[in-house]
Write a protein that binds this ligand. Structure first.
Ligand code: NAD
Ligand code: GLY
Length: 367
């Protein structure tokens, strides 16, 4: 644990009218009393975490919350994407009801994207909605999943298919928690950081290229900048299109191919961020074949994905299987696959593409 940073946390605002909130970013934030000022008042808090993260950080969070709530309860879920389901979600409702938690109870999601998505959905539906706070502990969750209010669980027939848009009251990114993250998970988070460059900010892409070694070495200042700039870009997009009626879809750059890889291999074989990293390479190749970007740009981003420790070649599932899996993507419309493509470096859009072109990309990018 490092001392709370003397200069205080960095702050990014998500501007959504009466659902606006702040993302706080900094080292040692959990232990800083001001982090928790101004949250909704309640008698009780429930920390939702998992069997990996709770032993590492739940005592710290509990100590921080104890002076503010009469009761601080805890529910510890099994770890893993395969537990992002109804049965596990029900354990959160069981804990809330068994402890007589009322409709003001504040939920705290302490963990990665799985815990965050499930806690958010529990908060959206318990007594028709209670406040919740995201305390993301993976890089992926700090730069993406904890921000923007998408909450969900999986269904056996599809990932994240059951859920709600429900914004947290605050997001607390304590950078200290990244120290215990397994290297593979760090790389997976870097995929979502890299994503923001090609879709929105070429200066940020250049900064990531210059700092990728520092990021891989978990340099605190590099991580702080990466989390902050990623959150700023996401805040800008979500502020314009909270419910993904258009623009927000660009945040799914690399995800259409990526989801096919995850589903085709069986969830858990590749991490979500690994599939997104490779999916970005495929989406870039598609953009090139559509005449939108040149090969030099594709190679530039591909090299960065590789330096982040991520795969750049997809598994050989067969083009038919890829196409079948991509047709069940949430962006698909009447069976037509919609791809996030790079219109020009720093700007993304959503388009359909002829199957023949997609097959060429898959032939080039899988082995
Ligand atoms: P995760 O939540 O499974 O966490 C990855 C692993 O790291 C887990 O084993 C976890 O227990 C462990 N872990 C977490 N923090 C740790 C720490 N500080 N030290 C050591 N171990 C730690 O995975 P993730 O990559 O954080 O999130 C992936 C999930 O997020 C997927 O379910 C995906 O669908 C979802 N997601 C949601 C959104 C959104 O907008 N809501 C966006 C992207 C991804
Ligand atoms: N992770 C994509 C989104 O939040 O829209």
């Amino acid at each position: 644990m490092s001392a709370p940073s003397p200069e205080g946390p960095q702050q990014v605002r998500i501007a959504l009218g009466d659902r606006s909130y702040d993302i706080l970013i900094g080292a040692g934030l959990m232990d800083r009393p001001a982090t928790w000022d101004g949250l909704p008042q309640a008698a009780a808090a429930l920390i939702v975490s998992n069997t990996t993260v709770a032993p590492l950080y739940a005592a710290r969070l509990r100590a921080a919350l104890a002076p503010r709530y009469r009761s601080v309860h805890e529910v510890v879920l099994p770890d893993g994407e395969d537990h992002k389901d109804w049965q596990t979600l029900n354990r959160v409702f069981d804990a809330l009801l068994a402890r007589g938690c009322d409709r003001k109870t504040v939920l705290f999601a302490l963990g990665g994207g799985v815990v965050g998505d499930m806690t958010g959905f529990a908060a959206a539906s318990y007594m028709r909605g209670v406040p919740f706070v995201q305390v993301p502990t993976t890089l992926l969750a700090q730069v993406d999943s904890s921000v923007g209010g998408k909450t969900a669980i999986n269904h056996p027939l599809g990932k994240n298919m059951i859920g709600a848009f429900y914004q947290p009251a605050r997001v607390v990114c304590d950078l200290d928690t990244l120290a215990t993250l397994p290297p593979r998970e760090l790389s997976a988070g870097l995929a979502e950081v890299i994503k923001y460059g090609p879709i929105a900010d070429m200066d940020f892409l250049a900064w990531i290229e210059a700092n990728i070694d520092a990021l891989m070495a978990r340099d605190p200042q590099a991580l702080a900048h990466a989390v902050r700039r990623s959150c700023e870009i996401k805040a800008e997009v979500v502020g314009q299109d909270e419910r993904e009626s258009g623009l927000r879809a660009i945040l799914n750059f690399g995800h259409t191919f990526g989801h096919a890889i995850e589903a085709g291999l069986g969830y858990g074989q590749w991490l979500h961020g690994e599939a997104v990293g490779c999916g970005m390479v495929m989406a870039l190749q598609l953009s090139r074949r559509l005449g939108l970007v040149d090969e030099a740009f594709v190679q530039r981003v591909t090299a960065l994905v590789a330096r982040a420790g991520l795969p750049t070649v997809g598994p050989a599932l067969g083009a038919d299987r890829y196409l079948e899996l991509m047709r069940v993507d949430k962006k698909a419309e009447a069976g037509e696959i919609r791809f996030v493509v790079i219109e020009r470096p720093g700007q993304a859009g959503v388009r359909g593409a002829p199957d023949a072109l997609v097959r060429q990309v898959l032939a080039d990018c899988t082995r």
